[in-house]
Ligand binder design. Sequence first.
Ligand code: 0GY
Length: 293
Amino acid sequence: MSERIVSWHGAPSPPRFVPPPGAVDAHCHVFGPMADFPFSSKAKYLPEDAGPEMLFSLRDHLGFSKNVIVQASCHGTDNSATLNAIAASGGKARGVAVVDPAIDDAELEALHEGGMRGVRFNFLKRLVDDAPKDRFLEVARRIEVLGWHVVVYFEAELLEELRPFIDAIPVPVVIDHMGRPDVSQGPGGSDMGAFRRLLDSRDDIWFKATCPDRLDPAGPPWNAFARAVAPLIADYSDRCLWGTDWPHPNMQDAIPDDGEIVDMIPRIATTVDLQRKMLVENPMQLYWPEEAQ
Ligand code: 0GY
């Protein structure tokens, strides 16, 4: 792996949708800069630098107030690049870490000090070499005292196999990209049905209504995504989050325009009340609970 890739739009359009004051982009990443924060030797992709200044200028361009920066797999379990971005944000970013399960309590405390509020467990085989469920559960038990949650990333085919693991997590759970349902099945399809059963199994499972570009192969304006996801947000309005997914890891062959991604918001959160919950109230509860209303 030698060629560095660009997976983000060079000049995203200004969105038509205006986010409410205090809106949080609750799923984005930073890459590097590599000179300061080298990528992991186990990284499955090697991106160009997409550092904090770029992220914060996109945040302002799109009309958002805050970011939740999720440690990207290309940085492995060294969270320095994400911590650097959080520190540079002046209080406008918090994060989700990826940790070695052998991490000790002092290191977890240091991550908390640095603005982390959760850990991510990634089950995508194309992104990580192993995902040890038993060791992940040990981590989940140890972060309870910090008031953190767990973010889980998996594809729809894996959901049933993962149910006992998710059931055993003792802290709130956030599911990335709704567990990647096949949105072409529609809102009543088997993937959405299985995902709703998961949400119904506990009242502390949240989800990110993210990534029309990843989930709807028909491309913009991603009508199948809008049709499948809007009912989920209406029915679980207290548990949905939203994010750009910038810099869109691995999307170099179909780079989305972030302005168009933002314009998906009013199509899936169809009232001002739903938009305020998804963009402000819900993410504030998980990431800035001390400021949440
Ligand atoms: C995402 C999705 C992907 C990548 C990562 O950490 C990552 O590298 O999350 C993906 O390739 O599906 O949420 O950014």
